[in-house]
Design a protein around this ligand. Structure first.
Ligand code: NAP
Ligand code: GCO
Length: 290
């Protein structure tokens, strides 16, 4: 008799994770493969990153398919989705993971910088979702998981474009749920807290004297767990939202933040560094600023 854990399996499913050469996207894809996914497909914005990703997947024993595709380029997105339909039968699970951030005070941010963030973080998920929905509607099955954020709920200095995009992505999640739930398509979002990846590496960089970055101390004071998240902390939720176990969950943002949104925080100067359960072994890939 099939047990409850079978509901968390992804057997036979083709999973597409844009921007999965490293970071959270790679972690999601690895988890999907372990949960039995038939094929992992991914894209990144240049061949060097795609090759890097293919290397990583090979090391993990995952036979992934990766090509260059910019999620802001509708022609490239549609060509990629058609390619996957012809090669592997179409996308069953889409995680709209690709994202950038620009940390610039709004009064100093150019329109071009604003547009770039909105294009990748909000228009990209629109284009990728629009491309996969027709096949999902035909099949009568589909999972779309958006990469929301603390900034889908909260603001902070210098991240106006990112927060606007992630807030919009929360509402796009609800709208895809509303419009396509009737086709047995579920659209939810993962709302990570502060996770140790290349995107947040600048926030954790040690000071010249070797002391902790002020923002690092600040985030630990806002997080009951007093630590940054690790990419593997999010794998279980990603598999859950991609699997039949979540078929009656739709339009939700599930926050996985170590308690940040529930906690007013404590005085950073009162933190006892000896108690920190540090995030070891996080490879902070130095990536050029987007
Ligand atoms: P990351 O380390 O910066 O990785 C983002 C990935 O997306 C990279 O592979 C990047 O490639 C790719 N990408 C960027 N622009 C793209 C485009 N136009 N087309 C295709 N791929 C593109 O980010 P992360 O920390 O893993 O985060 C992944 C997602 O989760 C993002 O949407 C982020 O906003 C969200 N998130 C992250 C955190 C966190 O604390 N890390 C928390 C909440 C939400 P390039 O290297 O070429 O840019
Ligand atoms: C920042 C961080 C955050 C995280 C994440 C939090 O500069 O505040 O990059 O935006 O990436 O989105 O959930």
């Amino acid at each position: 008799m099939a047990g409850i854990l079978d509901k968390f399996r992804l057997d036979g499913k083709v999973c597409w994770v844009p921007g999965a050469s490293y970071g959270l996207g790679l972690a999601y894809a690895e988890a999907f493969a372990q949960a039995g996914a038939k094929k992992i497909v991914f894209n990144d914005i240049n061949q060097e990153l795609v090759d890097r990703g293919l290397e990583e997947y090979k090391k993990l024993g995952i036979d992934a398919y990766g090509v260059v595709c910019d999620v802001t380029n509708e022609e490239q997105v549609n060509a990629f989705v058609k390619d996957v339909e012809e090669k592997f039968g179409g996308v069953d699970v889409l995680v709209n993971n690709a994202g950038i951030i620009k940390r610039i005070p709004m009064t100093e941010m150019s329109k071009a910088q604003w547009d770039q963030v909105i294009n990748v973080d909000l228009t990209g998920p629109f284009l990728c979702s629009k491309a996969v929905l027709p096949n999902m509607m035909k099949k009568g099955f589909g999972k779309i998981i958006n990469a929301c954020s603390m900034m889908s709920e909260l603001g902070r200095e210098t991240v106006s474009a990112y927060a606007a995009a992630k807030g919009g992505l929360k509402m796009l999640t609800k709208n895809i749920c509303s419009e396509y739930g009737q086709y047995n398509i579920q659209c939810n979002a993962i709302g990570p807290g502060y996770i140790a990846t290349p995107q947040t590496a600048p926030l954790r960089e040690k000071q010249p004297d070797g002391s902790m970055a002020p923002f690092d101390r600040f985030i630990r004071s806002k997080t009951p767990a007093q630590r940054w998240g690790k990419t593997e902390d999010l794998q279980g939720l990603a598999v859950f939202l991609a699997s039949p176990a979540s078929d009656f969950i739709n339009g939700q943002v599930v926050y996985i933040d170590g308690g940040i949104l529930a906690y007013i925080g404590q005085d950073p100067s009162q933190l006892d560094e000896s108690k920190f359960r540090d995030v070891e072994g996080v490879e902070d890939i130095k990536v050029a600023d987007n």
